[in-house]
Design a protein around this ligand. Structure first.
Ligand SMILES: *Cc1c(COP(=O)(O)O)cnc(C)c1O
Ligand code: SF4
Length: 337
């Protein structure tokens, strides 16, 4: 059947040059972002020399409210002097990743699935990130053309799912990812490929035609995106999620509970509704990992429980995320009940 109208109505997928160019034009100095937003840098106590560098794509910055130093998108990515505070109980490896290293760039912490650190790079630097101190330069799996990771996976038949993480795996050129997943396709015991990425949210043009073709060729792809606030979604993010779903991926969203960003009932319920409207089912709501420099984002357990109770009352069951805490040595992400 000839249906040209249907075809012309669909917007074209962006091409690979677009997102590469956008990565290069990201804000790398908090003062230039604040200036662009019309916010007085002196009023927000920013730290332009923070050890974890500033990186904020313009596509993400464009969703921030001009003139609002408390904007919840800005607060996630703006380096603050408060990051330098030493706090008891906060460390460089709060989730015990070091101890679960199984091979170069491979973390085998839970039964049946391994997490592969594909790269240390991210398109955005989230200030609360628990991997901000991870020794990526030495530890990503792509560094030896995946050989060690593949050997490990091949020789452990109990592994049924491979999780591509980082950093952000979608920072790698699609053909590098494809080289890895092509090799995985030859391993019979791998039934699912999962991709943990924030790029479809912060730089939705990354979901280009090559990426869609790659996803479409994977065995049961699952993409877990990461948005913490309903305003992180816009038409471009919706379209990126729709492209991934169109390529056959199951799309989920995980979030981190963050003080001053999403730690109120309406915002959190709004995030779950908005995420679902975009086509991403709520998955985890993580309590903050106590990584050094992130203490100002902490939400206490009791408040977290009350928030999730509110979600249970007000939302359909499938919109309620699992509230969890990562604990070194535990066999799964511990539910917080
Ligand atoms: C979170 C995580 C996983 C995946 O856990 P799920 O509960 O299956 O989402 C696997 N490996 C590591 C090291 C992780 O941190
Ligand atoms: S790993 Fe995820 S949370 Fe951490 S900086 Fe990168 S995008 Fe942000």
């Amino acid at each position: 059947m000839n249906r040209p109208a249907m075809i012309t109505r669909r917007p074209p997928a962006p091409n690979a040059e677009d997102w590469r160019r956008q990565l290069k034009s990201a804000f790398a100095d908090p003062r230039s972002l604040l200036d662009w937003l019309g916010i007085d840098a002196a009023a927000v106590d920013t730290d332009p020399d923070a050890a974890f560098a500033t990186r904020i794509p313009r596509a993400f910055a464009a969703r921030m409210r001009p003139g609002d130093p408390a904007d919840p998108l800005l607060r996630q990515v703006l380096p603050l002097a408060a990051e330098r505070l030493e706090q008891p109980g906060y460390s460089a490896d709060p989730v015990g990743d070091g101890a679960s290293r199984a091979a170069r760039g491979v973390l085998h912490k839970y039964v049946g699935r391994v997490l592969v650190i594909t790269t240390g790079a991210c398109a955005v630097h989230c200030r609360y990130c628990f991997r901000r101190e991870f020794p990526y330069a030495a530890e990503h799996a792509a560094g030896d053309r995946w050989h060690q990771a593949l050997d490990y996976i091949r020789t452990h038949p109990d592994i049924e799912e491979v999780i591509l993480s980082g950093g952000d795996p979608l920072m790698l050129p699609t053909e590098r990812l494809e080289a890895f997943t092509d090799a995985l396709a030859g391993i019979d015991h791998i039934h699912r490929i999962r991709i943990h990425t924030r790029l479809p949210v912060v730089l939705p043009d990354r979901v280009d035609a090559d990426l869609m073709a790659w996803l479409a060729g994977l065995r049961r792809p699952v993409v877990v995106i990461h948005a913490n606030h309903p305003r992180e979604f816009n038409a471009a993010v919706d379209a990126a999620v729709a492209r991934m779903r169109g390529a056959g991926a199951m799309v989920l969203n995980q979030a981190v509970l963050l003080a001053g960003i999403n730690d109120d009932a309406d915002t959190l319920a709004g995030l779950m509704r908005r995420s679902f409207s975009a086509g991403a089912l709520p998955y985890y709501l993580h309590l903050l990992d106590p990584v050094r420099g992130s203490g100002h984002f902490r939400v206490d357990d009791d408040h977290a429980r009350r928030l999730v109770e509110h979600l249970r009352i007000h939302l359909s069951g499938y919109l309620v995320p699992r509230l969890v805490r990562e604990q070194a040595g535990a066999p799964y992400k511990l539910p917080v009940l």
